[in-house]
Design a binder for this molecule. Sequence first.
Ligand SMILES: [Zn+2]
Ligand SMILES: [Zn+2]
Length: 269
Amino acid sequence: MSTQIKFCSLASGSSGNCYYVGNEKHGILIDAGIGVRTIKKRLKDIGVALESILGIFVTHDHFDHIASIGVLGEIHHIPIFSTPEILDGINRCYKVTQKLQHSKRPIAKNKIIEIGSFTIEAFSVSHDASDCVGYTICQGTKKFTIATDLGYINTEAAQHLMNATSFVVESNYDEQTLLENPSYPTYLKERILSNKGHLSNHALAEFLSINYQEHWQHIFLCHLSKENNSPECALSTIEKKIAHQRFNLWTNCTLIALPRTTPTEVFII
Ligand SMILES: [Zn+2]
Ligand SMILES: [Zn+2]
């Protein structure tokens, strides 16, 4: 059995999120916040058929993560895994017109489930939806964690990120750019900055520099804001912070900012 995990970001950010995690036989999706046709096309472009998707794991019920969940679950018969609160939240979302019935697969946090050759565990993250989770996907010795949309890195998320061999984590905004952005009303700035909002470049840089692990191989920055961030800004904030440390994180580890609207190549992790 292969121990390699393939990862491809199909989209990442407030206009839609969807990640593919798989091996040569089968795979899963994390979130489905872009159109079904786009998902199918982007999967086909990397040689993956929608029929090989064993399930979709949903992080929370904000629309940029669930736009196509109903159709993929009920029309394409792909099992939809998440906590009962998130599954209920999806069905309460008025923008999701196809409600979940037969495709619902409720799961508990901190409980390992098996799907294909993967084991998957959901853990709590701090954000402002019905319920919010990250996922750690394991195969062989590889542990791949996804933690998107989080106001701060709580103890559970920190533990999963530190144990992971590679991970996707939010690097949403540059604090100064957000604070000085005239098109963002105060209430929205406060929401983003809060513990249940989004993670700043600086907060992530701080976490990475304090908790550096030698086994980290790939760090993918996700959910970058279009208005209050750029890949260059996110990468340089982290690189500057790490440069002050005695160790050199980047000899063993690759840091990649995921594009918002375009898919990435397939990474072997
Ligand atoms: Zn989001
Ligand atoms: Zn969200």
